[in-house]
Write a protein that binds this ligand. Structure first.
Ligand SMILES: [Zn+2]
Length: 134
């Protein structure tokens, strides 16, 4: 994704562009992927970046709040940031922590419970936990 595309996405999501935020977005939005904060910090380090860990955490929190990326709570130990924000589901491999996308239309629901009074459905997400076969 070009810097211009990133700046335009920032504008759409009401995010003020700073060099640090652009660096983090360049890594995360490079392709459809799921990265943890630690993985992003590691990639920044490899690129000799000076963005601090605290800035990475704050930036990811902001990106999540503004809907630029999706926060995935798959495991209390690991929060992932998903560059794909449209509706879709996931396989999560509990052995190696790998997340794989499932297109939204590949999961069908025969029946869903009635929603609590006064609410409307925002989204339904499925996480299928898998482990390596033994
Ligand atoms: Zn995903």
């Amino acid at each position: 994704m070009s810097r211009l595309d990133i700046l335009s996405l920032f504008e759409q999501h009401g995010i003020l562009p700073t060099p640090q935020r652009i660096e983090v977005a360049e890594i995360l939005l490079e392709r459809p992927q799921h990265l943890s904060a630690e993985q992003i910090i590691e990639r920044l380090k490899q690129a000799d970046s000076r963005v601090s860990k605290a800035t990475v955490y704050n930036t990811l929190k902001l990106f999540g709040e503004r809907g630029l990326v999706r926060e995935l709570m798959v495991d209390p130990e690991r929060k992932f940031y998903d560059s794909t924000t449209g509706p879709h589901h996931h396989f999560y491999n509990v052995d190696n922590g790998e997340l794989v996308d499932i297109p939204g239309d590949q999961v069908r629901f025969a029946d869903l419970p009635a929603l609590p009074d006064g609410t409307e459905r925002e989204s339904v997400e499925v996480l299928i936990r898998v482990r390596t076969s033994r």
